[in-house]
Design a protein around this ligand. Structure first.
Ligand code: ZN
Length: 273
């Protein structure tokens, strides 16, 4: 597969997978996600790859799903078609990152919004630059029940996850560090170097041992009912896609878009960011 929306970069035992749509704030289109999933399955089967970094070119990690493209490609999805599209592209692709049998590190700068938050938090570790910020505003902006994979309480704690989702407010890199969501915060100009150094350090350990450590740690979380909770939330999220609230907001956005407005624009940060 030729990649267009991602870059596959191998640096010795480390593979770095870059979101590569900087002109679109690295909004995750269907194509980008399909390429990323292809790369995830590729690294899983490649014994020369010991550690995988999920990164992004440009100023921002990701503005979330590309709502503009999804509106063009799937203008009026049925309940059934949306369910099947999202379970494959949003839910199962994410879980494949989480279940990758090798350590993974998210390398995050700038905006990391909604689906960007979801995808980056599938990684085992996270290194962020000091300008990184996180939000999942879709409860406010769309009337949606968060994003598809409700990882939030597991990385933020329940109380902070509620504040994060109820307010739609941003979380800074420093706050993420204090909450344990982020392992390390570094200056922006050091982000790539520091993340790669951590990946290379991890890559020195025998790989099967690392695979088993990850398996055990993830299984520990699974025993709390983690997967069942994620599974249940996916259906709740689908319900929110067809609520009166959601449909009304969507109709309004469509009307603005039809009139030439940019209401399907991504949930991009404002100019001052
Ligand atoms: Zn959805």
């Amino acid at each position: 597969m030729e990649y267009q929306d991602i870059i596959y970069e191998q640096l010795g035992p480390v593979v770095r997978l870059w979101h590569n749509r900087p002109e679109a704030g690295n909004a995750e289109s269907r194509q980008l996600l399909e390429e990323l999933d292809h790369a995830v399955q590729r690294v899983a089967q490649d014994p020369s790859v010991r550690v995988v970094i999920f990164a992004a070119k440009g100023k921002h990690f990701s503005a979330g799903h590309d709502l503009k493209k999804s509106q063009e490609e799937r203008p009026d999805p049925t309940v059934e078609s949306r369910y099947h599209f999202e379970i494959e592209h949003y839910y199962e692709y994410c879980l494949r990152i989480m279940d990758l049998p090798k350590p993974t590190i998210a390398q995050v700068q700038g905006a990391c919004i909604a689906a960007g938050f979801m995808v980056s938090n599938m990684c085992d570790l996270m290194v962020a630059s000091d300008d990184a910020f996180f939000s999942d505003p879709v409860g406010h902006t769309l009337g949606a029940a968060a994003v598809e994979v409700l990882i939030h309480p597991y990385v933020l704690g329940l109380r902070k996850a509620k504040e994060f989702l109820f307010t739609g407010n941003r979380l800074t890199a420093q706050e993420g560090l204090e909450l344990g969501m982020i392992n390390k915060v570094v200056p922006r100009e050091k982000l790539e170097e520091e993340t790669l150094a951590l990946a290379n350090h991890i890559a020195q350990a025998p790989p099967f041992g690392l695979e088993l450590i990850k398996r055990s740690l993830n299984r520990t979380r699974d025993m709390s009912g983690f997967r069942q909770a994620l599974n249940a939330h996916f259906d709740t999220h689908q319900l929110s896609h067809v609520s009166d609230e959601y449909m009304q907001i969507w109709r309004e956005r469509k009307a603005v878009a039809a009139a030439g407005g940019a209401s399907f624009g991504r949930t991009m940060p404002k100019a001052q960011d």
